[in-house]
Design a binder for this molecule. Structure first.
Ligand code: FPP
Length: 247
């Protein structure tokens, strides 16, 4: 049975063909703040509010997974004040999520190099993951101190270790072996990746998993991204023919 929902452009979302896993590169917080004469931190704070709205809507729509790029392994190069602000924002976002997103049945996980985060943030991540683990709604991966090349290197080291310990045979290593050693193991690859702010690149986000993802770019800055924009992106996604290298 097909269910359609009308939107303002008169196009419709086909709820039987939603993307299973959406990746989001939430870009443009700094420019959003600059345009308003505000500190960059105000852009990140507005970006966090947008994120909450978008995750809530994805969950309502029935999308199963969302992975959001919150802090890359390269973001440490930003001024200390901005890094500190982002870390505090992440901390309060996670704490707050126990009340808000978890109330919406969202499962929250963090992906990335945890050991380099402060002890307090590591503790909070564990606590939030545990608090939300039995929820049954959308699974939200927060990419935090995440870099795809590091993720692949880490997987390669683990596989090499297992081969050295004779737990796996080198001849049996295939693409599934790599996938099952990534942070996103047991999850489907993203079929759709959104990036805001007019930049059109992946910036070390889910490089392995994005092999067949449809990419969607828009000029809007992340804090300005709306539920209507999300719907428009999904309508565009559904209009594309996904062939996975076939004809
Ligand atoms: C890119 O914008 C955005 C980031 C580096 C951080 C993304 C963080 C958030 C949306 C809010 C916090 C997230 C959570 C999960 C609480 P930019 O700063 O590079 O913007 P610019 O390119 O305009 O300078």
């Amino acid at each position: 049975m097909f269910t359609f929902k009308k939107n303002k452009t008169n196009n419709v979302i086909d709820y039987t063909r939603l993307p299973t896993h959406i990746g989001v590169i939430m870009d443009g917080n700094g420019r959003w703040a600059k345009k308003r004469g505000l500190p960059r931190s105000a852009g990140h704070s507005a970006g966090a509010d947008t994120l909450k709205k978008i995750v809530t809507e994805c969950n309502k729509m029935g999308i199963k997974y969302i992975t959001v790029y919150a802090f890359s392994t390269e973001n440490w190069k930003r001024p200390k004040e901005e890094v500190d602000y982002l870390m505090n924002l992440l901390m309060s976002y996670l704490k707050d999520s126990e009340r808000t997103l978890s109330g919406e049945n969202v499962v929250i996980k963090a992906i990335g190099i945890r050991e380099e985060l402060s002890d307090e943030l590591q503790e909070q991540i564990k606590k939030t993951e545990k608090f939300t683990q039995n929820n049954t709604g959308i699974i939200m991966n927060i990419a935090l101190n995440y870099g795809a090349r590091e993720e692949i290197v880490r997987a390669a080291k683990e596989i090499a270790r297992e081969a050295a310990e004779k737990k796996i045979d080198i001849n049996d290593i295939n693409a599934d072996t790599i996938s099952s050693h990534l942070y996103t193991k047991n999850q489907p690859d993203p079929d759709f990746i959104i990036r805001t702010s007019g930049e059109e690149r992946l910036s070390n986000f889910l490089l392995w998993q994005a092999a067949y993802s449809e990419l969607w770019f828009c000029d809007k800055l992340w804090p300005d991204f709306t539920i209507k924009d999300l719907h428009r992106s999904i309508i565009d996604f559904q209009a594309r023919g996904r062939r996975f290298g076939g004809v």
